[in-house]
Design a protein around this ligand. Structure first.
Ligand code: AMP
Ligand code: MG
Length: 410
């Protein structure tokens, strides 16, 4: 078992247990936020034919040489092509075809003049400007040629991916299965939100915050009723949760208190402990076990600490199990907008609100940094990554921040 390891090392250990768990075939309308489980190669070009990008007249560019407002050129209109139609005949020199946006350009034509630069005179059209070959001409395959691998396995399905699938005539798509993740809260002080709260007790909020984070990271949360600080009971639950789910996340009972049993219970459940304590603040006392290739991750019970360690440690792991290739959060440099006077030996992940103004990112701590302060998570869209031993931080100082919000899986 490793102890007090750097965050990156802990993530690397967990990443060894991230085998995806199969695939589903679902309607593309339901696929937003899922991860592609197939490579998509275009079976035909997009657009599938040469098309006009505007309403106007398809012509032969060479026929328009020297056309101007003062000296327009007259061409005979040989057909009207609307979107969805096929051209009835080709264009030969001296002819033009009236054409709508999105309609196929007839053979022979090599440019389209916009309607605003023309005037219809009975069966003829006056052209007031000159064109070059290829003007306003969208070639077949201009967007995507046939045979191109346009989408690949492991991509997050965004609205654009769904649009592309539809433009290829796909009704369904293969996506990675979402892992089932048990959420379990441990603590004698906890009561469920459907129970009366006696003095000295608190509502079990972690269960809900963590379940929501599981959903955000591509998993299916399976919330369990909270359990008391009893090592045998915890061990029993860990074992049964692990049998029914792909991963188990607990909160509470991982530190050095007399009733912090999760470490011991992991062993009692027959799992093998991979590490205890990660070198970040808040949330240091993370414990991690493995049984039959499935992970148990025990997080601190402190609500903000639990959420932060989830983002840094569990989110990439769950996303990987969900099939996602790109699991790293973006890092940017920001300017401190408030001083931070503390200095800690440990690396600190400071909750912050980061915004863009006048060409720079600016970072404001999003409230008290105590590990139990859940309110500080409300405005928190980034974590300031402060290396161990660094501090205090001054206003105007450049800091590295990890942006939390993009790249969601729904
Ligand atoms: P622990 O990690 O068990 O030492 O708990 C640390 C702090 O987090 C204590 O103040 C607990 O009361 C609080 N806490 C533990 N579990 C939860 C939970 N599920 N929801 C809200 N607060 C919790
Ligand atoms: Mg406790």
């Amino acid at each position: 078992m490793y102890r007090d390891i750097p965050l990156e090392e802990a993530v690397a250990i967990l990443m060894k247990y991230t085998k995806p768990i199969g695939f589903d075939e679902i309607d593309i309308i339901d696929a937003l936020g899922r991860v592609l489980n197939e490579n998509i190669i275009t079976s035909f070009s997009l657009p599938p034919f040469n098309r006009s990008p505007l309403d106007g007249y398809a012509v032969i560019a060479e026929d328009t040489i020297s056309a101007s407002k003062e000296q327009p050129i007259l061409l005979r209109v040989n057909q009207n092509i609307f979107a969805g139609d096929l051209p009835l005949r080709p264009i030969v020199s001296g002819e033009a075809a009236a054409i709508a946006t999105g309609a196929p350009i007839p053979p022979g034509a090599n440019a389209v003049i916009k309607i605003e630069d023309t005037q219809l005179v009975e069966d003829n059209v006056l052209l007031f400007s000159q064109l070059k070959p290829g003007d306003n001409f969208i070639n077949q395959g201009d967007d995507v040629p046939a045979g191109e691998q346009i989408l690949s396995k492991g991509m997050l399905i965004t609205p654009a991916v769904i649009g592309l699938l539809a433009s290829l005539g796909r009704k369904t798509v293969k996506v990675f299965k979402r892992p089932k993740v048990a959420a379990l809260s441990i603590g004698d002080e906890l009561v469920g939100i459907d129970e009366p709260r006696a003095p000295g007790k608190i509502y079990n909020s972690n269960l809900y915050a963590i379940s929501a984070q599981i959903t955000e990271a591509g998993g299916v949360p399976v919330p369990y009723r909270n359990t008391v600080d009893d090592k045998n009971q915890i061990a029993f639950l860990l074992d049964s949760c692990l049998q029914e789910n792909d991963m188990v996340i607990t909160t509470g009972g991982v530190s050095v208190g007399k009733r912090d049993y999760v470490k011991e219970s992991i062993t009692l459940s027959g799992a093998n402990t991979l590490f205890w304590k990660v070198n970040i603040k808040p949330g240091t006392p993370v414990v991690c076990g493995e049984k039959n290739g499935r992970l148990i991750v025990g997080l601190s019970g402190n609500p903000a600490a639990a959420m932060i360690t989830f983002y840094m440690l569990i989110r990439p792991v769950l996303q990987k199990i969900s099939g996602l290739q790109q699991v790293n959060l973006p890092h940017v440099t920001a300017i401190m907008e408030e001083p931070f006077t503390k200095k800690s030996k440990q690396r600190r992940m400071m909750r912050a609100n980061v915004y863009w103004k006048n060409g720079y990112y600016h970072a404001v701590p999003s409230g008290t940094q105590s590990p139990g302060a859940l309110k500080s998570m409300l405005q928190c869209n980034a974590l300031i990554d402060i290396p161990g031993g660094k501090g205090p931080l001054n206003i105007g100082e450049e800091v590295k921040v990890i942006l939390l919000s993009p790249n969601y899986i729904l």
